[in-house]
Design a protein around this ligand. Structure first.
Ligand SMILES: NC(=O)c1ccc[n+]([C@@H]2O[C@H](COP(=O)([O-])OP(=O)(O)OC[C@H]3O[C@@H](n4cnc5c(N)ncnc54)[C@H](O)[C@@H]3O)[C@@H](O)[C@H]2O)c1
Length: 196
């Protein structure tokens, strides 16, 4: 009997076999979860497919494009998951990006557009995918797993997260398993998470 028997987990952020998301996916499967995967670009599609075919039951696993800088891809991704699964229990956000030139350069040389892109992919996308996933969560007891990797070693979840209030994490790379949507709703009285 696995900890996640019967749970459906959407894993976003597998790029290669060293990706944290891949470790999460294999651990989730070991615990009995069904899995769905996204890939950011066509170039990465093959990487993800090659990994996924190594998993038992891979034939039925959705592997779909989702560049999180593009709202239409987010909408299409979750619409397809909705059609195939009906609901989802777990959403893993394990995505980040910064342009090489911004990483290599000196701090004061970071471009405005480069920083905007890094924040869009690495931070805002959590809000965007949570919003898109919410209808799927609401049909199940959903939770959210977000990875943080802030150099200062401390980060805060936002008010709009399903948990409903900021949370502080003490260690870089700490994983946070959010409370279920139902828990958050109960705490809010009526909890209209659709407008959170
Ligand atoms: N590696 C570490 O030491 C470490 C430590 C703490 C936190 N983290 C965090 O863990 C997460 C995963 O990091 P990782 O080490 O597995 O690196 P990784 O490069 O394997 O994963 C990052 C993923 O983000 C995806 N991505 C980039 N741009 C995207 C876009 N526009 N749309 C969709 N996906 C996009 C990439 O395809 C890749 O799969 C990141 O959020 C990172 O900040 C990593």
């Amino acid at each position: 009997m696995g900890l996640l028997d019967g749970k459906k987990a959407i894993v976003m952020g597998v790029g290669n076999q060293r990706s944290i998301a891949w470790g999460i996916a294999t651990a989730f499967q070991r615990e009995g979860a069904e899995l769905a995967f996204s890939y950011a670009t066509e170039r990465l599609r093959e990487n993800v497919e090659k990994l996924v075919v190594t998993l038992p039951g891979h034939e039925t696993m959705p592997i779909l494009p989702c560049d999180v800088t593009k709202q239409e891809e987010i909408d299409a991704f979750f619409a397809t998951i909705g059609e195939r699964w009906g609901s989802a229990d777990i959403l893993v956000h394990s995505m980040a990006f910064a342009a090489v030139e911004d990483l290599r350069g000196r701090f004061h040389e970071i471009s405005r557009d480069g920083l905007k892109l890094a924040i869009d992919v690495s931070a805002f996308s959590l809000i965007a995918i949570t919003r898109a996933a919410l209808p799927l969560f609401e049909r199940a007891r959903g939770a959210e797993l977000q990875l943080h990797g802030h150099g200062e070693g401390r980060s805060r979840g936002g008010d709009a997260l399903p948990g409903g209030r900021p949370r502080t994490f003490e260690h870089p790379g700490e994983c946070h398993l959010g409370r279920s949507v139902e828990d958050a709703r109960r705490e809010r009285g009526e909890g209209d998470l659709g407008r959170a």
